[in-house]
Every structure is written in structure tokens, then in C-alpha cells.
Design a protein around this ligand. Sequence first.
Ligand code: PEP
Length: 255
Amino acid sequence: MRTPLLAANWKMHKTVPDAVGFVTAFAPRVAAVTDADIVLAPPFTALAAVADACRNSRVAVAGQNLHWASQGAFTGEIGAGMLVDAGATHVILGHSERRQLFGEDDAVVARKTRAAIDAGLTPIVCVGETLDQREAGETLTVLGRQLEGSLAGVTPAEIAALVVAYEPVWAIGTGRTATPDQAQDAHAHIRRRLAEIGGDEAADRCRLLYGGSVKPANAEAIGGQTDVDGALVGGASLDPGSFAEIVDAARRAAL
Ligand code: PEP
């Protein structure tokens, strides 16, 4: 049985006071939640403050990216050990915005995944097809290629412990959501590919999140699919009430 995981990707939003204010409102709202894992990914500048604010709760904290080197002459970059130092336990890697806007390819994501695991962070590795790729019937091929490339060199035990987020690019920030069936088809394929890469047990234990315009109104239907183990939420995670409703919906779906 996989514990549902709800992760909030705040992207480039929230100052330190905004981020701490979110936790002040959100943490009591989910204080009694023991049947789901919750992760907040603030911008780097708010990581330590959010980790501090979450200290007496079950809410964990993630970076939104990292550099594969532990330190060095990489102006503007942050290493995995620095995320750990700031209180992060997870890190989002290979988000489609990183892939599309900052030129990250699967080989880069693989190096980052290795650095995250070696530092003791849980990677949330994102994959997803563009609208053109979906319309060309290439969705499953693209997902397989991204998974194989992004998880190159990762052991079965490491696959079991990490998280994969399926985020169709056409559904991110667009208000267009994959239907529950589309999400399930993609997730089932991802799990099959994970089994080919790391074996059945690793694939069965690995949590698969859906991401792309998840909202309180659609979270239960999507979360109720067999191979959907939670959600990676952008826009609707910026408001504590809305994200708490998504947590509740995902828990209902897992019953
Ligand atoms: C995301 O960026 O990871 C995301 C899923 O965004 P949104 O929920 O806004 O579509």
C-alpha cells in the first residue's frame, strides 16, 4: 500500500513572510493528517524559514531544483547538501519548466537525481509530454524515454524510494487537466516501464504523482485512479485553504 503524497510547487512565488504565513494557516489545517505525506517546495530563499515553521508538524520541505555538484564555481546554483542544510528532505527535478526554459535534458536530470539520492534527498522526478507529442501519438514513447534517461544509473532500491511525477506539459498552468483515464493510462505505463528498469517490487513501491491543473474539484477523481498516488500541485497550492482541500480530496480518494 502506497501512502498518498501531496506536493506543493510554489515556483517563483512567495517572500519569506508570505511563505511562513502560509504555513501558519496550513499546518493546523492538516495537523491531524497521518495517512498522507505532505511536502512544500518554496523558492530557495524561503526554504530554511519554511522548514523551521514546519518543524513540529509532519509537513516536509523540498527544493525545486539543485546542481549536481556538491560545491564549486557555479554562480547562482545550489547543491544538494545546501538543500539538506536548509531543512529540505525532497527535491523536484526535471520539471517541464526547467526542461523547456532552462534547457535541461534527461542526462542532466539523471546527474541531479544521483546527486539528490547521494545527499539523502528524495527526488521527485518529473516527466511529461507536450501537446504536439500527445497529438502525434507519442505520449508513451516520450514518457518511457524520459524515465529511462532521467533514472539512468539508479538502483532498484533507489527507484522504490523515489517519486515520479507525471506532468503533461499541456496541462501545467493551463486549466486543462488530463482526464482520470488519461492520467491512469500514463501512470500505468510509467509503472510498467519502471518495472522493466528496476523490477516489479521497485515499480510497485515507487509513488507516482499526477500534476497539471490539479484543484480541489478534480483531485478526488484523479487521485482515485489505481496508479495515481498523489499530486504535484502548482497554482492551487499557493493558497493554504485550497491546498488543504486537495490533501483532503486525495485522502478520500485513497480510501
Ligand atoms: C506544476 O508546475 O508542477 C503544476 C502542476 O502546475 P499547475 O498545478 O499550476 O498546473
